[in-house]
Design a protein around this ligand. Sequence first.
Ligand code: FE
Ligand code: ZN
Ligand code: FE
Length: 205
Amino acid sequence: MATGTLRDAFVDELRDSYDSEKQLIKALKKMAKAAKDDDLRNAFETHLEETQGQVERLEQVFGLLDEKVKGKHCDGIAGIIEEGSSVMEEDFDDATMNACLIASGQRAEHYEMAAYGTLVAWARVLGHDDAADLLQQTLDEEKAADQKLSALAEGGINDDAAGPGTNDDDDEMSEDEPPARSKPTKVATPRKSNGAPARTARARS
Ligand code: FE
Ligand code: ZN
Ligand code: FE
């Protein structure tokens, strides 16, 4: 007869996440080194520091549950990290590499968000609100890290990767835009951050 309980599964998943965070500490160091953009490098370095705190937070959770601090190899994050490593070995130009590092990083953050979402829910249902609060703090950090990466991608890194090889910021026109016939009378915002074409049709009214 099977005797494993949700509490056993909870402890297993905590061990999985503990191992996952440790793998990510190594991976984030490599990603920071591979980044060709100061803001992106800073984002990886900041999340590296947060990740070290997440490891400590998990150690606190093990303590609250009276369980031994122990990791259990996380195959899922290992696969995501391995895919990220293959991308880093590709011969991409700098801007494309930055876009790819963000793509890899976001896969990892989403994996972690799924894991911590479950851990918070299970901690609550098992009556460990103290553990749930700690795990929620980590979940919030993972979500913020994901959003930061989206903001960097949409705030210029994807544009840089998509644009012409010699990236000249003086040129306001995107490649897909037809040449403007006349200057718009008002220019409220210099450039759409997501690279969407300006609404030139409105200039006629
Ligand atoms: Fe993490
Ligand atoms: Zn895992
Ligand atoms: Fe993370």
